[in-house]
Design a protein around this ligand. Structure first.
Ligand SMILES: Nc1ncnc2c1ncn2[C@@H]1O[C@H](COP(=O)(O)OP(=O)(O)OP(=O)(O)O)[C@@H](O)[C@H]1O
Length: 357
């Protein structure tokens, strides 16, 4: 029986290594560590945003969850069931409860099928009688704010935003509980992006949907996601309530990533000078740096950072951060780096700003 107090999705230490064949006889000598020990969970009806630069492994996390690619290690539990490397029978059941919406709205639709037919396919597969199909398709179209005229249209007659609405309608056809949204708005104009996010919010409220929202567009995350996880080179570096992560990013990588976003409050202003722009390129996931994998780009890195792997540390009972700066065991190592985002320092700044006449 479903235990609603358990997270709907529970990902534990997930790994996905892609073998790389090299040399004349194409031996597997190397691995792309696309996902390397990722853990998070999402409660029912909640949204977790997975953010990070291109190549950090976000899409691979989603593809591994839904079984489009096999996991190398770790576990994925959906509604209490272990679905890691699911069997065909498990996958078939899973597809009626978990759906994915992809970035490119065009390639997900068959160009030779009308929208009506595209939406009828999953309904038919669920056993909806032919006589009811039209009515059910129109219902689906209405859910994504498209009228019944779209029944006879072909994908090329639709704008990008309309196509993405159809893709969302198709995902909803099976009445899923979890949607994996992989950059669902990245291919769309800015004005359309906001409308798709608003639609997803409405649908979540109406149907109690749970979302994993993958994006590199940070401006969309803040009002949409309950929790945010920041990925870098196959690992989550910081994870916590979205408001905390955005207002007070603790990990040097999160701070660099989020520094591009305009500040809106005094508290953010207090942190702002600390933000360091991101330096250099993300290293190859075939050749992951030792110790903390962000140390090659981190303005605060010390010898400890290249020598030891950081563990997750809960900061101020808020977000968890994988950074030596917050680990008491390394406190001495960072004596020379006072300008780190220690919450107390920013609190003082906020207080002194507030006290000014
Ligand atoms: N099938 C594959 N074979 C080999 N390497 C792969 C494969 N799929 C992904 N990768 C590699 O895994 C790493 C993570 O890719 P992934 O697409 O998950 O990142 P991402 O954060 O989603 O980036 P983007 O926003 O560009 O999609 C990249 O280095 C990518 O080249």
């Amino acid at each position: 029986m479903t235990d609603v107090s358990e997270p709907l999705l529970d990902v534990d230490d997930l790994e996905k290594y892609f073998p790389v064949k090299s040399g004349i006889i194409k031996r597997t000598s190397d691995y792309v560590k696309a996902v390397d020990g990722v853990s998070f969970d999402i409660d029912r009806g909640e949204t977790l945003a997975l953010i990070g630069e291109s190549g950090s492994g976000k899409s691979t996390v989603a593809r591994t969850i839904i079984g489009l690619t096999g996991a190398t290690g770790g576990t994925v539990r959906f509604d209490g069931e272990d679905i890691t490397n699911a069997t065909d029978e498990q996958l078939a059941r899973l597809r009626s409860r978990v759906q994915m919406v992809f970035q490119d709205p065009t390639s997900s639709l068959n160009p030779r099928r009308t929208i009506g037919k595209s939406l009828a396919v999953p309904l038919k597969a669920r056993g909806v009688p032919t006589s009811d199909l039209r009515e059910r398709v129109v219902e689906l179209l209405e859910r994504v704010e498209l009228n019944d005229e779209y029944w006879n249209k072909y994908p090329h007659e639709l704008s990008g935003g309309q196509k993405q609405r159809v893709n969302i309608a198709r995902a909803l056809a099976v009445e899923p509980e979890l949607l994996l949204l992989d950059e669902p708005t990245s291919a769309l104009d800015v004005s359309v992006q906001a409308k798709i996010i608003a639609l997803l919010e409405d649908l979540q409220e109406e149907f109690g949907l749970t979302y994993l929202f993958i994006t590199h567009d940070l401006s969309l995350v803040r009002n949409f996601a309950d929790e945010t996880a920041v990925m870098y080179l196959g690992e989550i570096q910081e994870r916590g309530p979205t408001e905390e992560v955005f207002q007070r990013p603790r990990h040097p990588y999160s701070r660099a990533l989020l520094s591009a976003i305009p500040v809106t409050t005094d508290e953010e202003e207090a942190y702002k000078p600390r933000h360091e722009p991101l330096r250099g390129e993300i290293p190859s996931p075939r050749d992951v740096p030792t110790g903390c994998r962000f140390h090659t780009r981190c303005p605060y890195a010390t010898d400890a950072c290249s020598a030891d792997e950081p563990q997750f540390v809960a900061v101020d009972a808020g977000p968890s951060v994988r950074c030596h700066i917050y680990d008491e065991a390394y406190a001495d190592t960072f004596d020379d780096v006072p300008e780190v985002a220690v919450a107390a320092v920013a609190d003082e700044r906020v207080a002194s700003n507030t006290n000014e006449p």
